[in-house]
Design a protein around this ligand. Structure first.
Ligand code: NOJ
Length: 560
């Protein structure tokens, strides 16, 4: 493949900073479950290509594709056997090339997933390391160690896998290897120069293919504390996200991202006048204890965006939301990076189901809750998110108001953490069910055949076909919101907002002088002075005599 000469869409200018990603709405495609081009029940690149016009019409700026690389699929593709090949179940490199070109022709940027913390156990390096045995130089590219105990029968330290169980597996020759996730996902040793060189080369491979950026998986995990020290706790999953662990958020990771930033700069479109040098982006999936530590990943010479998981974990509550919004904006300001906002992804229960349940249950639920309440809040939450300054991530199907599928039978589940009982709950399959495109037909138009996870029989009315043209549908709400976001001069651009006085449980803020957003997070209607001309609302609002009544769980946008 040669470097794309077909230019990606030109970069807009926003506030004092420039760059297309600063206010971009980025749509996450989960390739297994988006669209199935060949009717085998599994989504693929051909399917995605056929639905690119839908994404353009929805009004998003970019698409992030979860992994489509050659993989035994022990963790739905987050176990990569060959970083430069497409898994046959998704297509070929030619399909990827066509997808990138077609997306660019439609003004959509393409971000691919990069999985640098671990490979698949089927990766050529790991296979050779296993075969060559203790002392092989290939073992130094991973974390192989002798065990503890009289005959090495105990793991080298007390680390636990994020998916549950020990983070070490013993090989037939008696050595142990480290895997922070499933045993099929051995961790790379990032102290080894060959690992560093290999990933810079992989970046170049995909940049040559024309991609506009990388979402970096487990960006906080690459470097481990020297000596791999014990943690000394038997409840390590509780510490995750709150404490600095010896395998997460180590300061050494930042040097890696500085070197990747330099690779991206080599690809900067400096030949195109007026386009800033950082046209391609790195997005950190970095779970850190605080937003301040997350900001370290997006310092000017490192990455460009980091997911805001603190926002994702916030309940539908005005005071909590305001606190996290303020903290997020304040944390990013000193480093000059845009804030990001996200409500759903392929690892957590969809927000329509989270908000249908009582708060405090976490992000992996098995109960449908009050569906109508969940949908009402989800629509309000989405409109609030899309009004905030910075970049927003939309997970496929949230624009349809899809709930999580909470009653999947155990025998169809594929999430590896489900099978490791002591680990994370393992209910991620519920948000990964293929999405409905048509009201009827096999797999609701997902493909010509079935779907790899069963879809609920009630999903016809939630399909793209059923919702299109219905002014009350969630899909049309998203379409309108994204159109306004693109065309209104005061939305999108900028890095701050101004809070307005508002009743308890209500958020009200302006973005520059011309735009105001009001969100009632309470379960009762609230009346307040109408801030201007109504642009859009998540449920019907009444404006009369200069006052507006915001129904329960409702967000409204106003032109001022
Ligand atoms: C984060 C990904 O989003 C998740 O799906 C995956 O299981 C882990 N990283 C391990 O790669």
């Amino acid at each position: 493949m040669t470097q794309h000469l077909a230019a990606a869409p030109a970069a807009p200018t926003t506030g004092t900073h420039t760059g297309w990603w600063r206010d971009a709405v980025i749509y996450q495609v989960y390739p297994r479950s988006f669209a199935d081009g060949n009717g085998d029940g599994m989504g693929d690149l051909e399917g995605i290509r056929s639905r690119l016009p839908y994404l353009r019409d929805l009004g998003v700026d970019a698409v992030w594709l979860s992994p489509f690389y050659a993989s035994p699929q022990a963790d739905a593709g987050y176990d990569v056997a060959d970083y430069r090949a497409i898994d046959p179940m998704f297509g070929t490199l030619l399909d990827a090339d066509a997808l990138i070109r077609e997306a660019h022709a439609l003004d959509l940027r393409v971000i691919v997933d990069l999985v640098p913390n671990h490979s698949s156990d089927r990766h050529e390096w790991f296979q050779r390391a296993l075969k060559e045995g203790p002392g092989s130089p290939l073992r130094e590219r991973y974390h192989f160690r002798p065990g503890k105990g009289e005959s090495g029968e105990l793991p080298p330290n007390d680390w636990e896998s994020i998916f549950g169980g020990p983070a070490w597996t013993r090989t037939a020759d008696g050595e142990w290897y480290l895997h922070l996730f499933a045993p099929e996902q051995p961790d790379f040793n990032w102290e080894h120069p060959a690992v560093r060189d290999e990933f810079r080369s992989i970046l170049r491979f995909w940049l040559d293919m024309g991609v506009d950026g990388f979402r970096v998986d487990v960006a906080h995990g690459l470097v481990k504390a020297e000596g791999l020290p014990d943690i000394g706790s038997h409840d390590q999953l509780k510490l995750l996200g709150n404490d600095v662990m010896p395998f997460f958020d180590q300061d050494g990771v930042h040097e890696i991202y500085r070197s990747w930033n330099q690779v991206l700069t080599e690809y900067s479109p400096s030949l195109r006048p007026g386009v800033p040098p950082r046209d391609r982006i790195l997005v950190a999936e970095a779970w850190t204890p605080t937003v301040e530590r997350t900001a370290n990943y997006v310092r000017p010479d490192e990455m460009h965006q980091a997911f805001n998981f603190q926002y994702l974990g916030t309940h539908w509550d005005a005071a909590e939301l305001r606190t996290v919004i303020d903290a997020s904006l304040a944390a990013m300001r000193p480093v000059g990076a845009p804030t990001t906002w996200v409500l759903s992804n392929h690892d957590v229960t969809r927000h329509a189901t989270r908000f249908a349940n009582p708060p405090g249950l976490g992000t992996q639920l098995r109960t449908p809750g009050d569906r109508a309440l969940g949908l009402r809040r989800a629509r309000a939450a989405s409109l609030l998110m899309l009004a905030l300054p910075g970049s927003a991530y939309v997970y496929q199907g949230e624009e349809l108001g899809l709930p999580d599928v909470t009653d999947l039978p155990d025998e169809v589940r594929q999430d590896p953490s489900f099978f490791r009982a002591t680990g994370q709950d393992g209910y991620r399959d519920g948000c990964r069910v293929p999405i409905p495109w048509t009201e009827t037909g096999p797999s609701y138009g997902f493909g010509a055949g079935g779907s790899w996870l069963p879809q609920p029989t009630t999903w016809g009315p939630l399909s793209v076909e059923s919702q299109t043209g219905d002014p009350h549908s969630t899909l049309e709400l998203y379409r309108s919101a994204l159109t306004i976001r693109r065309t209104h001069p005061d939305l999108g651009a900028g890095e701050s907002l101004t809070w307005l006085p508002s009743p308890d449980g209500v958020l009200a803020f302006t973005r520059h002088p011309g735009f105001t957003c009001t969100a009632n997070t309470t379960g009762a209607p609230v009346s307040l002075p109408a801030p201007g001309r109504l642009l859009l609302a998540s449920t019907e609002v009444t404006v009369a005599g200069g006052m507006v009544t915001l129904p329960a769980d409702t967000t409204a946008w106003w032109a001022v």
